[in-house]
Ligand binder design. Structure first.
Ligand code: HEC
Length: 154
């Protein structure tokens, strides 16, 4: 019985080690045009964006330790890749005020509806939990900037 248990533990350990060969690459490609550098929001807005959005929507992801351990790494890397595909603050449309305004509008909606940042993210990342006041400061700025960009000469 004891011997069987020993082999079971060794087997599981080996399987876990083999699983680590399947860790997907954690990338941070070069930043092309950064949202904050382009639009220069007030410090509290920039701080909220960095704390609550940049890990999944930029090329400046701070990869946590568990992003190095399969199978959790699969989920974290997939979320970040999907987030970047949907909206990328490191490829900000600097020369297209219409697209930029659309993206800011979309962000404002997601923050207002409490859809972003995702709750599975804020469950782990305490500093990404925005207060009602932080949300309002953020969405006020997003809305005002979208309006400004929309009225910019085309
Ligand atoms: C845990 C990773 C994660 C964080 C943190 C995060 N997002 Fe997302 N976001 C995603 C993913 C994945 C998608 C694409 C799937 C979806 O729409 O749910 C997405 C989609 C979006 C979209 C829709 C884009 C489109 O046009 O489809 C907007 C807007 C958005 N996020 C804004 C934000 C904002 C603003 C923040 C910060 C307040 C934020 N997100 C934080 C992962 C994240």
């Amino acid at each position: 019985m004891k011997k069987k248990l020993k082999w079971l533990v060794i087997g599981c350990g080996a399987a876990f080690l083999l699983l680590q060969l399947t860790n997907p690459p954690r990338t941070n490609p070069p930043v092309k045009a950064d949202l904050i550098a382009t639009l220069n929001p007030p410090a509290p807005v920039a701080a909220s964006l960095i704390a609550a959005c940049y890990d999944c929507h930029s090329h400046q992801t701070k990869w946590p330790w568990y992003a190095h351990i399969a199978p959790v790494s699969w989920l974290v890397v997939k979320d970040t890749n999907d987030g970047r595909d949907a909206l990328d603050f490191s490829e900000w449309p600097t020369n297209d005020s219409e697209t930029a305004a659309d993206q800011l509008d979309g962000m404002s909606k997601k923050v207002t509806n409490n859809k972003m940042p995702p709750s599975k993210y804020t469950a782990i990342h305490q500093d990404a939990r925005l207060t009602a006041e932080q949300r309002k400061t953020l969405t006020d700025w997003l809305d005002a900037t979208a309006t400004k960009l929309n009225s910019a000469p085309k």
